[in-house]
Design a binder for this molecule. Structure first.
Ligand code: CS2
Ligand code: MG
Length: 403
């Protein structure tokens, strides 16, 4: 099956997405997500200007060879732009291979290891009361695992908390908006949020929290210890992800499970964390970690060290990524949980898909391939709109902090 054409579709049905479409001489097409929130056009150009010319004429079935052709052949390896571009090609080729076999993708990944995929929802509120109400609402929809993020008294805009009634979207302006931060206020407030959640909802519901890279290791250790009575399912991105030694320090102080990895793009970013069991869940994704081929390698390595998966699934990862991720989630032995932020109706209309939500779980569906398509005519009606992720400054002196 020869690749005859490939094109990059950039669209903005409420938010930006970058999609690679590969066409073949057998009339089959494959799709891959290449969305990198806030830097979309860098990946679009990497694909259009540097990768697509090399794909024409290649055998679409040679997924592993193409992966290494693009990874080793680039010389400049790793990084979110390169690995998102490789991910898009890889995902589209797996989509094609499964379609050529007439099978849903999970059947090529070892078949189903489970009946359904456990997912977690995002609850957020401007204060504790509103967040508790939102957790209750999501629980009533069937979710068994819910991430809780609330506004913090004395801090203007906090990560993960939507403004007004709009769905939460971090890329909120055509130039980076400026958020403020105060660690002490956050550390005082967060245990109160989970104390209220456990008091209202009991012990059975899985509760998760995303620190979003903002603490130092000892601050993270302190927060994790403070939260031990509330038995979190995980504490995510407790510290910036670059230094495994930071996780070693946290590990020495607390039993709160740790999750990291949405910002990782190769196995080399997480190898030490996994083999030294410094984390409990690895959050790498199809779109940002080199596609299904490389992500399966990361997950198989994690399985050797009793680390489970918890893939990132925010709305800035397209339905193409979600579709592919669910097939992997269904098949791998060390699946943990899948993040599920439902896309808007606008986005779902551009990306018709076979996956579905059912009472706290998801199914990838039985369509051949990953089961996600794109309505190109509709996508064309939503042109790209530049949008940046915010920056974050410390309240007391205005210095730049982690967003
Ligand atoms: C967050 C993301 O979903 C999460 O866990 O960390 O919303 C993240 O902020 C965005 O994907 C960044 O684009
Ligand atoms: Mg996160």
């Amino acid at each position: 099956m020869k690749i005859t054409a490939a094109k990059v579709i950039v669209c903005c049905p409420g938010r930006n997405f970058v999609t690679l479409k590969i066409e073949t001489d057998e009339g089959l097409t494959g799709l891959g997500d290449a969305t990198l929130n806030g830097r979309e056009l860098a990946v679009a150009s990497y694909l259009t200007d540097h990768v697509v010319p090399c794909l024409i004429g290649r055998d679409a079935h040679r997924i592993e060879d193409t992966w290494h052709y693009l990874y080793r052949g680039a010389y400049w390896r790793r990084g979110p732009v390169t690995m998102s571009a490789i991910a898009a090609v890889d995902t589209a080729l797996w989509d094609l291979k499964a379609k050529a076999a007439g099978l849903p993708l999970y059947q090529l990944l070892g078949g189903a290891s489970r009946e359904r995929v456990l997912v977690y929802a995002h609850a957020n509120g401007r204060d504790i009361a509103q967040t508790v109400d939102e957790v209750k609402r999501l629980k009533s929809l069937g979710y068994r695992a819910i991430r809780a993020q609330s506004g913090v008294p004395g801090i203007g805009k906090v990560y993960g908390v939507a403004s007004g009634d709009k769905p939460y979207e971090p890329a909120d302006a055509s130039l980076p908006s400026e958020h403020d931060w105060d660690t002490a206020k956050y550390l005082r407030h967060t245990p109160r949020l989970f104390e209220a959640l456990r008091a209202e909802l009991g012990d059975e519901l899985h509760l998760l929290h995303d620190v979003h890279h903002r603490l130092t290791p000892i601050e993270a250790a302190r927060l994790c210890k403070d939260l031990e009575p509330y038995r979190l399912f995980w504490m995510e991105d407790a510290v910036p992800a670059e230094d495994p030694a930071a996780f070693e320090l946290i590990r020495r102080h607390t039993t709160t499970p740790l999750a990291v990895g949405e910002v990782f793009n190769t196995i080399w970013d997480c190898k030490a964390l996994i083999e030294r069991q410094l984390i409990d869940y690895v959050r790498c994704t199809v779109v940002h970690a080199g596609g299904i081929t490389h992500l399966k390698r990361i997950f198989d390595f994690a399985a050797l060290h009793q680390v489970r998966t918890g893939s990132h699934g925010a709305t800035d990862l397209s339905p193409v990524c979600m579709g592919a991720a669910l097939h992997l989630d269904l098949a791998i032995p060390n699946f943990g949980i899948q993040e599920h932020m439902p896309h808007t109706a606008e986005t779902d209309a551009v990306f018709p898909h076979a996956y579905r939500f059912e009472g706290g779980f998801m199914q990838p569906g039985e369509a051949p391939g990953h089961g996600v398509t794109i309505d190109e005519a509709l996508a064309a009606r939503y042109p790209y709109r530049r949008a940046y992720l915010p920056v974050n400054r410390l309240q007391h002196d205005g210095s730049l902090w982690h967003w």
